[in-house]
Design a protein around this ligand. Structure first.
Ligand code: XUL
Length: 522
């Protein structure tokens, strides 16, 4: 039996997915989610992060992600599954977050000892014990400096796929290097969440791959290598502190003895981890240009594959490398489930009550509107968040629920036209994709059929599929991507929402009104 393991280290949880691939069988044999707040409370996170009082600085302890990986390996071993049959391991991480290690890290990674817990052995390798994550928006000044040095927004987007963004790693590194130069000097390697986790598995510094490296404002997107100009504009001697960029399917090495001795893994190979969005692209089976995916998670993202690295003409979106080769386009909304949960909790609802509110209110909400900004928004940029309301004075909770979901869906439509102007079908994933009422609003706003990707976590499935593809490739077998995903990414036929023509007409009229409302509210 051949099995492949994929992880997804996201904002709030670590997921593991194991797939089995034989000539007659293709199935998911294991899937488990470990929530950071509930299962590792000693790290003191809320929704997986630590927010500082300035309302802008958001970090997470990288040791918590390592502890979760160790805990998950124990859960896998206890599940009774034969871990020695796993041939390859890949993963994905929340994008943009960075991990800062000293020169001792290489030896610490090589020397991991199965006799002790992982976290006790890695404590000394950090030159900075917290990691800035994608929710951080404290680096506006650094973004301005980078933009200036690199010839303006459009030039930076042409070079790296995105204009400067607060959460992107270049701005974060620049801030760290000037705020704490001594700690920067002690830093010998800066990893992303993805390459840090892969390093733990491989017992050596792992490389980056173009999918996640393109979320840094540091990679020359077309050349798929570090841009000397972007490195120079960011921090002194940065090039030697970054991992090399390898193709997404190269083999990093064998899984470290720590995992073999402690949990019973066999000689599995480790494949570079990618970002969660690039990995979800594969896990949703979006391997041919023209397709569109929506991930409804802590952040909401809209994305699709593309052949060329041309950036978003509107300036709001990103172009990343795709781990399946070529590129992907993405627009990210910070107010995803965080905003839905705020409205749900403010009115004492559970998710069933939230869904009922959508069922009991009409499309268009009788002319009421709200902007969905509870935390600083990425698309469109909103630094000082406050939901703005229109025609909602004294409104019942159900109308507020509809207002937030409609606003999110209309913002997604307005800001994703550059990715796929009129998609016929959209693949949805993420926790909120379980909610058919939310998917119906999206179907009506986009005038497109929405189907849910069968497994909840497309990113960790994507990682397992990448592990399969890379392992076959390492054995000389080039499996086409359509065949890699076949049998795993067929949509859930139970959750297939067709647009309702009457509602489509309502939203066609509302979209320009919402665009004007959004502009005025900013
Ligand atoms: C994408 C982004 C988020 C994170 C969190 O640019 O910032 O989607 O990847 O998962």
């Amino acid at each position: 039996m051949a099995t492949y393991l994929g992880f997804d280290s996201s904002t709030q949880s670590l997921t593991a997915t194991v797939i089995e691939v034989t000539s007659s069988e293709r199935r998911i044999v294991f899937e488990h989610v470990l929530q950071f707040d509930a299962e590792l409370p000693e790290y003191g996170t809320t929704h997986g992060v630590i927010e500082s009082d300035d309302g802008k600085t958001v970090t997470a302890p990288p040791a918590m992600w390592a502890a979760a990986l160790d805990r998950m390996a124990g859960i896998l071993a206890a599940s009774g599954m034969d871990l020695s049959a796993i041939r390859a391991v890949a993963g994905s991480g929340q994008q943009h977050g960075s991990v800062y290690l000293t020169a001792d890290a290489g030896a610490a990674l090589r020397g991991l000892d199965a006799a002790g817990p992982l976290t006790e052995q890695i404590g000394g390798m950090f030159s900075r014990t917290d990691s800035p994550v994608w929710l951080d928006c404290s680096t506006t000044a650094e973004c301005a400096a980078l933009t200036n040095a690199l010839g303006g927004d459009a030039a930076l987007a042409r070079l790296t796929g995105s204009r400067a963004y607060e959460r992107f790693t270049a701005a974060q590194i620049r801030k760290f290097a000037s705020a704490d130069p001594a700690a920067y000097t002690r830093t010998a390697r800066i990893h992303l969440v993805s390459s840090f986790m892969a390093s733990l598995l491989a017992g050596r510094h792992a490389p980056l791959e173009p999918g996640d490296a393109s979320g840094m404002n540091l990679m020359d997107l077309a050349a798929r290598r570090w841009s000397p100009a972007a490195l120079d504009a960011t921090a002194p001697d940065l090039g030697r502190r970054l991992p090399p960029i390898h193709e997404s399917w190269t083999v990093t090495g064998d899984i470290a003895p720590y995992w073999r001795r402690k949990y019973g893994f066999g000689p599995a190979i480790v494949i570079p981890w990618s970002g969660d969005n690039p990995s979800a692209l594969v896990g949703l089976g979006l391997v041919t240009p023209g397709a569109l995916g929506i991930s409804l998670g802590t952040s909401d993202t809209v994305f699709g594959p593309r052949a060329q690295p041309a950036p978003d003409p509107g300036g709001a979106g990103h172009v990343f490398g795709s781990p399946a080769g070529g590129y992907m386009a993405l627009t990210c909304f910070a107010n995803g489930s965080l905003a839905r949960e705020r409205v749900r909790d403010a009115h004492g609802l559970d998710w069933d009550g939230f869904a009922a509110a959508l069922r009991n209110t009409p499309a268009g909400n009788g002319g009421a509107m709200m902007t969905p900004w509870f935390v600083p928004e990425i698309t469109p940029p909103v630094a000082h968040p406050r939901p703005r309301r229109h025609n909602l004075d004294g409104a019942a909770p159900s109308r507020l629920v509809r207002a937030i979901v409609e606003a999110q869906a209309m913002a997604m439509r307005l800001h994703s036209r550059w990715i796929a102007p009129g998609p016929a079908t959209i693949r949805a994933t993420g926790g909120a994709a379980a909610n058919r009422e939310i998917l119906q609003v999206i179907a009506d706003v986009f005038d497109a059929e929405v189907v849910r990707g069968a497994p909840r976590n497309a990113a960790s499935l994507g990682a397992a599929l990448r592990a399969y593809h890379a392992e076959r490739r390492s054995e000389g077998e080039l499996v086409p991507w359509e065949d890699v995903v076949a049998g795993f990414t067929a949509p859930d036929t139970e959750l297939r929402l067709r647009p309702d023509p009457a509602n489509v007409a309502v939203y066609a009229g509302l979209l320009p009104e919402y665009a004007a409302f959004e502009k005025q509210a900013r």
